[in-house]
Structures are given as C-alpha cells and as structure tokens.
Design a protein around this ligand. Structure first.
Ligand code: 5GP
Length: 114
C-alpha cells in the first residue's frame, strides 16, 4: 500500500515544521492554520482514522493525547487554553487518511464548531 502524506513528513520526504518527535508520535505545524497555533500530532503508525484503531493501540493513543497536551503547553497555550480535534470520516471533514489530532489555540474558539 502507498505511504501516507504524514508518513512522508515523518520520513522527511515532505517538508514540515516539526515541533516534537519521539518513537511513537510526530507533531508539526498545519500547512493551512485555522488559529494562531495549529499543530497536528500524529501516530507514526499509519492508522487511517480513529474508527480503525483497536485496543492494541490504547497505549499509543494515550501517549498521543498526553503529548498533545505537552506540545500545547510548549506552544504557550497552557493558560489560555486550547482544543484537541480528531475528524473521522466525510461529515467531520477528514481529508488526510492518517489519524491525526489537531491542536488549536491562540484565539477564542467558537462552540459549537461549524
Ligand atoms: P483533516 O481535515 O483530515 O482533519 O486534517 C488534515 C490537515 O492536514 C488539514 O488541516 C491540512 O491543512 C493539513 N495538511 C494537509 N496537507 C499538509 C501538508 O502537506 N503539510 C502540513 N503541515 N499539513 C498538511
């Protein structure tokens, strides 16, 4: 199967502004930011979307969420707040079939989302 866009970013075949990396996850700035801070954090394992993760991914998914909070704090959002978003499927606007969590902040975010 062909490799995903985010696998190519992890392999440095496509440029991205990487802000955090370890053996399980990679975080980089979104190319089309929707807020002053807009970072994507992705598992290195190319799970297409959260609906296709299984219990065997629980450790990695917990790690991804705690690292998302760390990355948000490192980006200066610790006091002001931030939102973590995972889009799953067409109605949610999922456009890259490699699981990713958006970290958004730096402005007042509306609720409910559009
Ligand atoms: P989704 O819509 O699937 O939840 O989010 C995909 C995100 O990936 C979008 O916010 C989009 O701007 C971002 N994106 C798409 N292509 C690239 C790219 O080549 N580099 C980076 N850094 N972000 C990308």
């Amino acid at each position: 199967m062909s490799r995903t866009l985010f696998e190519k970013i992890a392999a440095r075949e496509i440029n991205a502004d990487i802000v955090y990396e370890d053996n399980q996850v990679l975080a980089f700035k979104d190319i089309n930011p929707q807020a002053p801070v807009h970072i994507l954090i992705v598992p290195k394992k190319p799970i297409p979307r959260i609906a296709e993760a299984g219990p065997w991914d629980n450790q990695m998914l917990g790690h991804l969420l705690t690292k998302a909070a760390e990355v948000a704090h490192q980006a200066g959002l610790g006091n002001s707040g931030y939102r973590l978003v995972i889009n799953n499927g067409p109605d949610a606007g999922e456009s890259v079939p490699h699981l990713h969590c958006h970290i958004l902040g730096g402005r007042q975010l509306e609720w409910p989302p559009g």
